[in-house]
Design a protein around this ligand. Structure first.
Ligand code: PMP
Length: 435
């Protein structure tokens, strides 16, 4: 049993010593002290189904036995020297990662977070093309460092700093809230084609790159139409830019059918940024690109003290091995499909559900007060999260209005867990209606 400081003591210490910028979820913040596979426990021993996975990070399960064995062994042997000395872990992990990549993406640069991975990607694109301008997507999220905050396109995440000159935001393929009020497919993908106008009006006509999440995570599980990225990639490449897929949330088998989220759109990016699920909880990120693009990192000296450290590399390698060995991607496809069916059935019953979106175990449920006006039901989404917690299920929320429930559990989720989650959500939505 847990014998550390009480929840109240932790709250008091945080109030005094931790920056108020470190936010918590829930009216009564939850304290989590233990995790095993798809479950976590609070200090009183109450178990929760973790359907948000540390914000889409615990890919194969909390404290997965194989991952723990490998990382504990490494921790006992050597934790840190930096990449100025050779160590097998970085080489082995980079090799394994390359084996999962589209042809030609072979060279990896490792960081400690997704934000840093995106910094490296943009730096590389600018050095490689000699262009400065970057195209990113409205409603996207790419991190909290200066460039990544600039790439991010939600006012809520942007501080009043001129942090990313040269970034231009084009329309995401967010059909449920189409900026033109059009319908797919008669819209002819006007949102995707608009990138040409953005480049024509807002840049010298030449760009360094496009960066986009194939499926927007923080933005509320936005899944653009099939042709969306093909159109955008073609226009960007014609304008001298490279195309980068931010796979921080969508990668590593989560979308079920494919290992990478971008593969659902039949495109091949020139570089991929990763974090979160790549390390099952290790502070680990990376940018993998072509031989030619990777060379630009030698234009000056670039160094990251903890990037590529033996412990993170070992945890990353073990995680990728477990994804293969445990049939994680297939499970995301099957259990995710079952959960999707459950959620779609709820949509028939509960008018609050405007749309159910996603693939595999990357699912979103957008709540609206009125299906006609699509007025975002943000306070309702917060209430659903609270009540799901009371029923022992942790979920997230996202979207510009915070009205989309995000369900992205560890990918070892079972069919029973999926059914329990859907049943709990059914009850919660029923209660909300009665109120
Ligand atoms: N890209 C995406 C798609 C993300 O969801 C996030 C984190 N939510 C990031 C980048 C930034 O990652 P980190 O918090 O590790 O810097």
């Amino acid at each position: 049993p847990y014998d550390g400081p009480s929840r109240e003591e932790v709250i008091a210490m945080r109030k005094q010593y931790v920056s108020p910028g470190v936010i918590t979820y829930y009216k009564e913040p939850l304290m989590v002290v233990e995790g095993k596979m798809q479950y976590v426990w609070d200090e009183k021993g109450k178990r929760y189904l973790d359907a948000f996975a540390g914000i889409v990070t615990v890919s194969v399960g909390h404290c997965h036995p194989k991952v723990m064995e490998k990382v504990n062994e490494q921790n006992g042997k050597l934790q840190h020297t930096t990449t100025i000395y050779l160590h097998p872990a970085i080489a082995r992990f980079a090799e394994k990662l390359a084996s999962k990549m589209p042809d030609g993406l072979t060279r990896s640069y490792f960081t400690n977070s997704g934000s840093e991975a995106n910094e490296i990607a943009i730096l590389s694109a600018r050095e490689h093309t000699g262009n400065t301008e970057v195209i990113a997507l409205r409603n996207g999220y790419h991190g909290g460092t200066a460039t990544a905050m600039g790439l991010t396109a939600h006012g809520t995440w942007k501080f009043k700093q001129n942090n990313a000159p040269g970034v231009h935001h084009t329309h995401a393929g967010y059909c449920y809230r189409c900026p033109y009020g059009l319908e797919y497919p008669s819209c002819d993908l006007k949102c995707a084609r608009d990138v040409e106008e953005v480049i024509r009006y807002q840049t010298p006509g030449e760009v360094a790159c496009f960066i986009g999440e194939p499926i927007q995570g923080v933005g509320g599980t936005v899944t653009p139409p099939k042709e969306y990225f093909q159109i955008v990639y073609e226009i960007v490449r014609r304008s001298g830019g490279i195309c980068i897929a931010d796979e921080v949330q969508g990668g590593f088998g989560r979308t079920g059918k494919h290992y990478w989220a971008h593969q659902n759109y039949d495109v091949v990016p020139d570089g991929i940024t990763m974090a979160k699920g790549i390390g099952n909880g290790a502070p680990l990120g990376g940018f993998t690109t072509t031989e030619a693009i990777s060379q630009v990192m030698t234009n000056r000296i670039h160094f990251n003290t903890f990037g590529g450290n033996p412990v993170s590399m070992t945890q990353g390698l073990a995680t990728l091995e477990v994804i293969d060995e445990d049939g994680i991607q297939q499970n995301a496809l099957e259990v995710g499909g079952r959960l999707m069916e459950g959620l779609l059935a709820l949509q028939d019953k509960h008018p609050l559900i405007g749309e159910v979106r996603g693939m595999g175990l990357m699912l979103g449920v957008e709540l609206v007060r009125d299906r006609q006006s699509r007025e975002p039901a943000n306070t309702e989404a917060a209430e659903v999260m609270e009540q799901m917690k009371h029923r022992g299920v942790l979920i997230g929320k996202g979207g510009l209005y915070g009205n989309t429930l995000r369900i992205k559990p560890p990918m070892c989720l079972t069919a029973d867990d999926a059914d329990y989650l859907a049943a709990a959500l059914d009850e919660v939505l029923e209660n909300l209606r009665i109120k």
